[in-house]
Structure formats: structure tokens, C-alpha cells
Design a protein around this ligand. Sequence first.
Ligand SMILES: Nc1ncnc2c1ncn2[C@@H]1O[C@H](COP(=O)(O)OP(=O)(O)O)[C@@H](O)[C@H]1O
Ligand SMILES: [Mg+2]
Length: 520
Amino acid sequence: MGTDYMKAEAKSPHTILEKYTALLDISSRLNSEKNFDQLLNLIADEATKHVDAERATIFILDKAKGELWGKVALGVENTIRFDSRLGLAGAVLIAGKPLVVEDAYRSPLFYPSIDSVTGYHTRNVLSVPLRTPKQEIFGVFQVLNKREGKFTGDDEHFVQALANHAAIALENAQTFSDLETRQQELIEENLNLRKEVEERFTTKSILGTSQKISDIRALVERTAETNVSVLITGENGTGKELSARAIHYMSPRRTKPFVAVNCAALPDTLVESELFCIEKGVATGVERRVGRMESANGGTLFLDEIGDLSLTAQAKLLRVLQEREVEWVGGRRPVPVDVRLIAATNKDLKQEIQENRFRQDLFFRLNVIHIRMPALREIRADVPLLAMHFLKRHSREIGREIKGFTQDALKALTAYHWPGNIRELENEVKRAIVLATNSEIRVEDLSESILEERLEIPEMESSTKPGEKQSLKDRVTNLEIQMIRDAMSQTEGDKRRAARILGLSHQGLLNKLKRYGLEE
Ligand SMILES: Nc1ncnc2c1ncn2[C@@H]1O[C@H](COP(=O)(O)OP(=O)(O)O)[C@@H](O)[C@H]1O
Ligand SMILES: [Mg+2]
């Protein structure tokens, strides 16, 4: 007993200390190696060196398939796969304990097919399980053919210790390479999407041949090159957002985010946390979250419906614009931000300023360049072109082959006053594509409101004798009467609602009803 102890003392301290110092060194190298294959080689290499074996194999469990796959390291570049219940590796996987086999071919557990695949002759094997830090077995580590004598208890301990370190590095590398693959996929996906988006949102997407639209395209292009704030005004559906995107995607900021914030949909209490930032502890259960302002960093922040921002929020926004820094709610330090601002509204901000609902200083900040989108009825000549564009786009999407519009249908579309502008036209075309029974969209396929206006106009025209041109004023009056009648019948005579639909004050409507004798 005493001599045994002495013998161990005499032999071990040196080699064991050496081995474990080596292990420390290996461990740090393992952790810096992120390439899975190289990591396998490194582990196998070190194992064979320190236990004086010929080779090492690492088997990883493929849970989904119930297979072990092994990369035979050192010399043979072969990958083997087999049922995870087979062989010495399978036995270790099941038992969860190290296993030393002194004569492989005499062990009933040995699975000789592996040798025949690799062309290698296994004599003796030391196998240990590979476990995750949570002690879940995910593979088996084997060293084969000790050069002299048998695998010792020391060898077993060393290989197990090495396996424990290796397991962590292998798991990290696996996760890492998964992440790397996924990230690569994402990068490619992103590039494709970006190209698509960039192509989609240039001034080419702003269709129209009328002078007003051409001017807007030119203005958008010139503005895009600069960093100045832009205010885009116009009725709903006139292409404000489309123009804002065109500015962004034609600007040097195009590779950075375009972040749109709908100010109208922001409850007053959320403005700060949405635009700026929130950190845990500020509101219970809220994680630190990047505000929109911060996520637009380097890019463009599009403040849609800016006219609907509360005065409090306007004050905060103004401060950020002046300081170009974001102070987190409850945060410690302000974060510098570089955003280009584009704001849009369908309101008359000058009017809003007069009524003390909009800050003049904010208005001046935003209104460096002003782009005014025309209502569709101001650019009627572009209706056919736009209608055809939407027809092409949506008939493909909806999956109906519709070639075009009849002459009458186009006339009706052109004559309508389009309170919802280009968006309404787009929806009308979509609806007609679905309803059309022919390969062309006919008048009958259009909405009632469009047809009513159309019926009214020919009547007005036929009531004037040929050659005797109706004056602009008369036609406008007729149209006005028609619209008032529509609104009144739509609201079943509710004058307040009718006034709202028509964009008139209550008194304004009463005056007109009286003037045109429409009171009852
Ligand atoms: N000049 C245009 N050419 C082609 N499509 C347009 C044009 N203007 C607007 N659109 C389309 O009309 C719809 C409404 O435009 P949008 O920019 O959302 O309007 P707004 O922001 O002014 O309400 C969108 O589908 C947009 O692509
Ligand atoms: Mg909009």
C-alpha cells in the first residue's frame, strides 16, 4: 500500500501536473476556436498526444435522426453515420459512463462495420461521454489504440477532463456556426430585399405625366441629395408616404432604416416611449427597448400625421431636433442620433398654429422644404395612366386576366372627384378587378358613387345646346349641388354629418342649401 503510494508519487506529480497544465492551455485554445471542424481536429490532436494513442474520434448525436455522426480526425477525412444504439459509442451514450475496452474485436459491444468503412483496425478504445453544461449527453469522445500497453485510469481521467472542456467549446462552436449560417442567410435575404425596395421606391414609382407630378419628382430628387427636413402636405391618399420613401431611397441614407411613425395612432402617454426609449424599471415589466428615433439612426424618421401630435410631444420632439441627442426615459446618458426628418400631414399647419394646436418653432424646423401633393382631381389627366398601372399590378396579384377599361369606364373614372385620391382609385380598381365578368372593366363594374357623378355630368352636358359651352362656373355649381345631394342622402338628411363629409362648416352647408333651394 505504502509502496504503491510512493510509486504513484514518484511517477505522477510530474506527468499529471504537466497534463493538467496542458489541459488549461488546450482549454483556452478551444474556446477561441469557433470553426467546428478545426475544433474537432484540435481536440483529437491533443487527446492522442497526451494519452499516446493513434487517433481520436468525436461522435455527435443527431437527435432528430437517432444517429451518431463522427468525424474521424487525423489523417482520414471521413464522416461516418450510424444508428446511435450501435457500437461502443452507442453503449457509452446509453450508459452515460466512460468505457475502456482492451480488445475491441472481443467485445460484444464493438461494431466492426466502422472499421470496414474507415479501413482502420481498432485494437483498444477509451470512450467518454460528451455532456453539455446542463449534463445532457450530446456525443461520445473516443481515443483509439494506445501505442504501448493499456489505457490507464489517468488516461481516462484526462480524456474525460478534456472532453468536458471540449464539450463546451463544441457546443459554442455549433451554436456559433449555426448562427453564422443563419446570419449569412439573413444578410443575403436582406440584400435582395433592399434591392427590391430600392427599385420600388424611387421617383420612378411616382407616376403621372402632369406638370404638378413632374415638378414633385424633380423636387424629390433634389431634396434626396441633401439632409434637410421636408414637410409633405396633401389630402389623404395623395402619395405623401410614397414621396417620403422616394426621398429616403434616393438619398445617401438608403442603406439605413426608413422608420415610419404614425403620430395619429400614438396615444399621448406612449409618445415618449415610442419615439425615445424605455429602460427596465421605468415601467414595470418593460425591458430596455430601442426607441424609433434611435432605430432610425443614420437613416430617415418619417413622422406621419405630424399635425396630430400633442403639444407636449411636439415640445419633446423639438428638443431632440435641436440637440440631436436622445435622452432615454430614466436613462443615464443621452445618445447622439443622426436622423433625417420627413414629416407629413393632411392638415393645414398654418391654420393649426393660429389655433394654438401646433408649435410655430417646430413648424419652422420641419418646413425647410415643402412638398405639396396635389389632390387627384387636380391631376385628372393622370387618372387613366394610374388606373392602368393599378390594373396591371393588382390583376396579377389577384390572379385575374383583365386587359383594360372600356372607354366609358375610363371617362367615368376621370370625371369622378376622388375624395380619397390615388388610394381610393387604387381600391376602386382592385374592387373592379374582382367584380368584372369580362376581360375589360366596364362602367357597370364601378362603384355607385362614381356612376352617379357620371350620370349627372352627361345630363348637364346634354342640357346645354351644342356649341353653347357651359361656363366653368356653371359646371362647378352643378357639381357642388350634386355633391351636396349625395352627402344629404348618404346621411339621411343629417346636416352636421353631411357638412363634415363635404368639408364644410355647419353654417356653410346651411348657406349653400338655402342658396340652391335644397332645404327640404
Ligand atoms: N403618383 C403615384 N403613382 C403611383 N402610385 C401612387 C402615387 N401616389 C400614390 N400612390 C399610391 O397610392 C397609395 C396611397 O399613397 P400614400 O403614399 O400612402 O398616400 P398618403 O400618405 O398621402 O395618404 C399607395 O398605394 C401609393 O403607392
Ligand atoms: Mg399616409
